[in-house]
Design a protein around this ligand. Sequence first.
Ligand code: MCN
Length: 787
Amino acid sequence: MTAPAITKPKALVGQKIKRKEDPRLITGTATYVDDIKLPGMYHACILRSPYAAAGIANINVAAALELPGVIAVYTGADVKKVGCVPCALTGDHVMLMPGTLSGLRVPEHTILAQDRVYFVGHPVAVVIATDRYIARDAVDRVEVDWVPGEAVAHPEKALEPDAPAVHPQWPDNVAFTYRQHNGDADQAFAQAEVVVKQRIVSPRLVACPMEPRGMVADYHKGEKSVTLYTSTQIPHLLRSIMAAVLGIPESKMRVIAPEVGGGFGCKADFYAEEALMCFVAMQLGAPVKWIETRREHFLSTVQGRGHVDYYEIAAQRDGTILAIRAKIIQDVGAYQQLLTPIIPILSVLMLPGLYRCKAFSAEVVGAFTNIVPTDAYRGAGRPEATYCVERMVDMLAAELGMDPAEIRFKNFIEKQEFPFATGTGLVYDSGNYERVLKQALDAVDYTALREEQRQGRTEGKLLGIGISTYGEISAFGPSPFTPAGGWESATVRIEPSGAVTVYSGIKPQGQGEETTFAQIAADQLGVGLDDVTIVHGDTAMVQYGIGTFGSRATAVGGTAMYLAIEEIKKKMCKYAENMLGSDDVSFVDGVCTCNKTGKTATLAEIAGTSYRAMKLPPGTEPGLTATTYWEPQNFTFPFGAHIAVTEIDPETGGVKIRRYVAVDDCGRLINPLIVAGQVHGGIAQGISQALWEEAVYDDSGQLLTGEFTDYTIPKAGMMPWMETSHTETPSPVNPLGVKGVGEAGAIGAPPAIVNSVVDALSHLGVRHLDMPLTPEKIWRAIQGGRA
Ligand code: MCN
């Protein structure tokens, strides 16, 4: 074993590499939940409430049971022994939280309605049949005697004194309150030279992943164990909760998340339907499948945003921001889902944005309404805050007659001030905010655009330039905001052949970690990209993990893998010492080399030996495996500057996005191609939120936008060309230097678009418009001169 000439492999980290997982995704060979067909499998269809608030006097299932092919019908009376859908926030977390969370009310959330329903779409009964069409037909034969009641479907109306009570035991509809303040905001407001106030709405949004929710539950009678295949972002947490809800030992519960066709946060939850299918499988001793229809998705999957916010910003005439005050009314919906109360608290944490100002005072009031609950949706609390702060900064600039770029430069935390402790209890890890904004301004040629805008106005043209400089909390570490745990895990195994298998606690839904994690691992081990396989999503295969949300997978899960590989490298050196007969061995690019003799042993040779050694070298164990749990000491804080240039048609109010420039910084880039894809997807959702999307409910709680004909989602042809670029400010929080990027675009885009449209109309006296900026709304603003 004399040293062969080693050609150093080209580093994969930093390369634009196409996603390894894509061929199976785009050729129809991937396995999603609906592809799972088990022998003897039944199909479920759920009867849902047509009322937002009603009593249930009686349910008659006889006619449904008579339909040939129907196996069983279960109602609320049958599931009384099953536990409730939980809210993750417990007393321990509340005590550790900055600020004060008080009066958290968690209604009993049974998996089927008992004697009342609380929202349209509330599950009331489930029909099990030999095929899904029979199950669907039988649902229409279930007779329910309803006693319709009064509903409330708007969070501000819900807080009015005479509003109908969503839960009769809490007539004020207050689900919780949260207060946090820092510095003397009141004094700052009293002494400020300028104060700007605005009511700002972030409407409810529907996540609309390409694959809706779906699950197959299977019961193994002999083992008394349950396997649940479900489209989830959090398989391990789901398993722990499910075992408790079903009252079975956790060791008898297995959760498998096969391919997940998008989640956007709505699948980082625990759903009544998941427990219901496990219950049915246990009752019948047979597998059962339920696949959500798109209409059900609109009605009964958690929604995002749902804020009515009152913001105030105090400043000096020179543009220095002195303090921010916010009252946030969060539309909770009818129940607290897993993370519902945490989401608006994240908005409070992000209140200062990228600005130095530390004085603030914020109050959140959670309001129960007769609508499906709100919870995480891409960005979860951070887009709401960023949108409001970025709107307020623009309004302040307009009030002061300052340029929106100039006011941002004046108030940015400067690069030498990092790590920077905000007034809200965070410590921003690293940043260079001036650089991203300068790069974005240069890219659009800002000065020339302003001149074009001035000229154009004389000819009646409406050109808008909207700036958004955003920050984000990503990769949550241990904190009250991660009641699940702020760590992530990885087991790395080098097989006897030298192939590398990584078992990760993360669960991608389209983010491409099978590629990026393989890039990191391949570089560390000096093997090829295809020598690395990333396994995820099966609680029986993967050690415990937390999952994929909050743009944490790479910074937390990737670091766990990186550290496990470092362990394995040490193990390999030990084996190589024995093989090469020297204790002076180092591992570089897949080969252990004896520094004295130049003799070498390759990774594959060492791996084979480690499994097959006749006699193990002292201080070693067979095989090359390491498991690491990594708990970061801080979050990471990505940031960026987005600029939208829009042209408004004065006759129709239509918006054309002429240019969209995004400069993002997510630390060290593992795969710029995947990062660009993540940014593009986020921007698409952000533009869509700004211009088109809104879940509209009438006063009786009926959803008026319950399908794709009246709820617009972004399509490729509706998107502008996105000019994306990056700066790289490494995070000191993890050895990879990475920050999250999965939510960046969704946070940066809405304020860029709205600021741009308002900028286009500002000379007409328009100061603010609420999303979505429909042509009608814009046209009316143009006609009225002032919104
Ligand atoms: N990445 C990189 N370099 C960095 C940071 C990230 O190359 N400096 C890569 C990662 O390795 C990974 C991707 O970018 O391949 C996103 O990584 P990361 O920021 O770590 O975020 P997560 O994987 O934790 O993704 C979560 C985030 C969230 S919270 C939502 S919601 C979301 C999103 O990602 N939902 C998505 N992106 C989505 N993309 C798709 N296709 N579908 C969804 O449902």
